[in-house]
Design a protein around this ligand. Structure first.
Ligand code: DSN
Length: 427
């Protein structure tokens, strides 16, 4: 970080400033493929680092426990109105600190400890907070879990088994059903989940953290007409600061608000609320519609290029921003591949694949996505180069060829230098 960009920080704490500067270089020079990450705009960065940081604001706009909220109320009301408009919902709460607290608030609103709750199993592509055992949501509640199909038919293999979801829901009658997840490359059928939840008498929650930006931009169907609650983080495809929102029908508004505050949290992070408001404004622009569709087009092109290079993709491809690669056939464990890719300047995360025989800390797959590279302006014409780099890196990992990884790293840095990253001064 140059002193002119953050003069006070550089003067006060040069050591910390040097770490931020190094991260800026890393984010500028590398090809970031983690599907839950992105680049926020300079405007979102600015809004997230303001004097709004200095305020305590327990309560909601017009109903606070502290005075001096004239401006904070306006900021939060603006974020709420923008969320309601963008997602077509009756009510929005923009205070959850992040996705996990947001989901905890949903349980607090609709279930009691010991109640049965249902979600997709983590190794199948769900999330810890969807009732998985090591999470509080799987120990304070009785979590029952669904997964994806394992069939010989490539048309259905790796897809959510809606018949099994229905059978489980009707057998268990969970208080809450979560749909959505963190490693789902295919479109979620919210209407099918709604039908199941109605039959089972369950509250249906769509956790759209990964695809919120695609929904906002019209590149994935919206759950708004089908579910009771929408839970989302704000920092993935939505391209906002790290935070979360809960949105719902009017009938659930009081329960959701009460669960977030005072049920679970204290004062909202007002500086984050401001960043969310800016991100929602950006996501309402025509350019964001183009962005959301470009994310999906890039992911489909990248999936096709990987298939051509002999990669095995869970579900055979993607409908959204995310691709889950099963590396079993390549003979390279996911962690080994992820670390080699990192040395090649390509940032991914190792990930379980459905029915993974390996352990979560040493799984068979890597998870990649296109939100960040699309934010930098890469298009479908670049995806064969990206697939080549991935193929060469995995090959180099198998052979222990560090020189090959170094060559790829320099090629990656050369291309990325031509595509400045939003919010970054370097590149
Ligand atoms: N950690 C997020 C992800 O990477 O998908 C989910 O919470």
């Amino acid at each position: 970080m140059s002193a002119s960009r953050h003069p006070a920080l550089s003067a006060t704490d040069p050591e910390l400033a040097s770490y931020v500067a190094a991260e800026e270089v890393l984010q500028a020079e590398t090809l970031r493929l983690i599907p839950s990450e992105n680049y926020v705009s300079a405007a979102v960065l600015e809004a997230s680092g303001t004097v709004l940081q200095n305020k305590y604001s327990e309560g909601y706009p017009g109903r606070r426990y502290y005075e001096g909220q004239q401006n904070i109320d306006r900021v939060e009301a603006l974020a709420i109105e923008r969320a309601k408009g963008l997602f077509g919902v009756d009510h929005a709460n923009v205070q959850p600190y992040s996705g996990s607290p947001a989901n905890l608030a949903v349980y607090l609103a609709f279930a009691k400890p010991g109640d049965t709750v249902m979600g997709m199993a983590l190794p199948m592509g769900g999330h810890l907070t969807h009732g998985w055992g090591v999470s509080a949501t799987g120990s304070w509640f009785r979590g029952v879990q669904y997964g994806v199909r394992a069939t010989a038919d490539p048309e259905t293999n790796g897809l959510i088994d809606y018949d099994a979801v229905r059978d489980l829901a009707l057998a268990e009658r969970p208080k809450v059903i979560f749909c959505g997840g963190t490693a789902l490359p295919r479109t979620i059928d919210f209407a099918a989940f709604a039908e199941i939840a109605r039959e089972a008498g369950s509250v249906l929650v769509a956790d759209v953290a990964h695809i919120a930006g695609l929904i906002a931009g019209g590149a994935h169907p919206s759950p708004a007409d089908h579910v009771d609650v929408i839970s989302t983080t704000t920092h993935k495809t939505l391209r906002g600061p790290r935070g979360a929102m809960l949105m719902c029908r009017e009938e659930h508004a009081k329960a959701i608000d009460k669960a977030v505050f005072p049920g679970l949290q204290g004062g909202p992070h007002n500086q984050t609320t401001a960043g969310i408001a800016v991100a929602l404004h950006e996501a309402a622009q025509p350019s964001f519609v183009r962005y959301a569709h470009a994310v999906v087009a890039n992911a489909k092109a990248l999936a096709a290029a990987l298939l051509e290079r002999g990669f095995d993709l869970v579900s055979g491809g993607t409908d959204n921003h995310l691709i889950l690669i099963d590396l079993t056939g390549k003979g390279v464990p996911g962690k080994v591949a992820a670390k080699a890719l990192d040395r090649a300047g390509i940032v991914v995360n190792y990930n379980t694949v459905p029915f993974d025989p390996r352990k979560p800390f040493d799984p068979s797959g890597v998870r990649i996505g296109t939100p960040s590279l699309t934010s930098r302006g890469l298009t479908t014409e670049h995806m064969s180069v990206v697939a080549d780099w991935i193929a060469r890196s995995v090959d180099a990992a198998a052979k222990g060829d560090e020189q090959a990884l170094a060559v790829i790293r320099s090629e990656v840095a050369d291309l990325m230098a031509a595509f400045p990253a939003p919010g970054l001064p370097l590149s």
